[in-house]
Design a protein around this ligand. Structure first.
Ligand SMILES: Nc1nc2c(ncn2[C@@H]2O[C@H](COP(=O)(O)OP(=O)(O)OP(=O)(O)O)[C@@H](O)[C@H]2O)c(=O)[nH]1
Ligand SMILES: [Mg+2]
Length: 225
């Protein structure tokens, strides 16, 4: 039987339209609280669509997941620890290059990612031509064009979320290759991680990359295990 309850997290750069998408999805059914231990606002809501109950969590707006700021740590920990069924990355189509940095990081974390390609009206007014199919193929993840300010694309986004959560639509992701020396070290670390209990919580490759970056937050977590 397919799961009728789905949890999605809304990620995205500041000002990309996350709250607008959140409001479109949840209407008035939302709850504002705080993330545990911090005073950053946590918004949660839900909707029902085609027999599914979809819980929506609005993550803080971030440009990356390198864990340099509290917002980044909150967003990253949520994706890694809570493992939402689907992560929806709200991308500003009029600022595609900058926004894709976060998308790539989410894919490296092996999140079940759907890209909500928002602000298509702005992109069109600037005469940007975005080949949505090709973008989806290159990233290995579904891309849904939207104009959240007009409510455009919401049903398509929900259909895609349901398809990804149910495994009907696959997120293959991308495999970024680093240079030879780095790849050699990644492979070594990946093997060690895969043979340890750490592999249960994290993508071994993502963890290996974070260790090579000397990511203090990740090193701290590993020391605790
Ligand atoms: N033209 C246009 N404007 C949009 C669209 N979606 C959202 N906006 C507007 O963009 C602004 C930012 O939207 P928000 O939903 O607040 O963005 P956010 O990602 O939640 O921003 P932060 O929480 O500050 O990170 C608002 O003025 C929205 O009305 C869209 O598709 N087209
Ligand atoms: Mg917001």
């Amino acid at each position: 039987m397919t799961k009728k309850k789905i949890t999605i997290a809304l990620a995205g750069n500041p000002n990309s339209g996350k709250t607008t998408v959140f409001n479109n999805l949840t209407g008035a059914r939302q709850h504002v609280g705080n993330w545990p231990g911090v005073t950053v606002e946590k918004k949660e809501g839900s909707c029902t669509f085609k027999g599914y109950t979809i819980n929506v969590v609005d993550l803080p707006g971030v440009y990356s997941l390198t864990a340099y700021s509290l917002d980044e740590v909150i967003a990253r920990d949520y994706v890694v620890d809570e493992k939402p069924d689907v992560v929806v990355d709200v991308v500003d189509a009029s600022n595609l290059e900058r926004n894709l940095y976060l998308a790539v990081q989410l894919l490296e974390m092996e999140a079940n990612l759907v890209i909500a390609l928002n602000m298509m009206d702005v992109a069109e007014s600037r005469e940007y031509q975005i080949d949505v199919k090709e973008l989806s193929r290159l990233l290995g993840t579904p891309v849904v064009p939207m104009v959240a300010a007009w409510g455009k694309g919401t049903p398509e986004l929900l259909d895609t979320v349901i398809a990804v959560a149910g495994g009907y639509q696959k997120v293959s992701g991308i495999n970024l290759q680093y240079d030879h020396d780095v790849e050699t070290e990644i492979v070594k670390l990946e093997k060690l991680i895969s043979d340890s209990s750490l592999a249960e919580g994290y993508s071994p490759r993502w963890l290996a990359v974070k260790l090579l970056e000397e990511d203090e937050e990740i090193i701290g977590k590993i020391r605790q295990t």
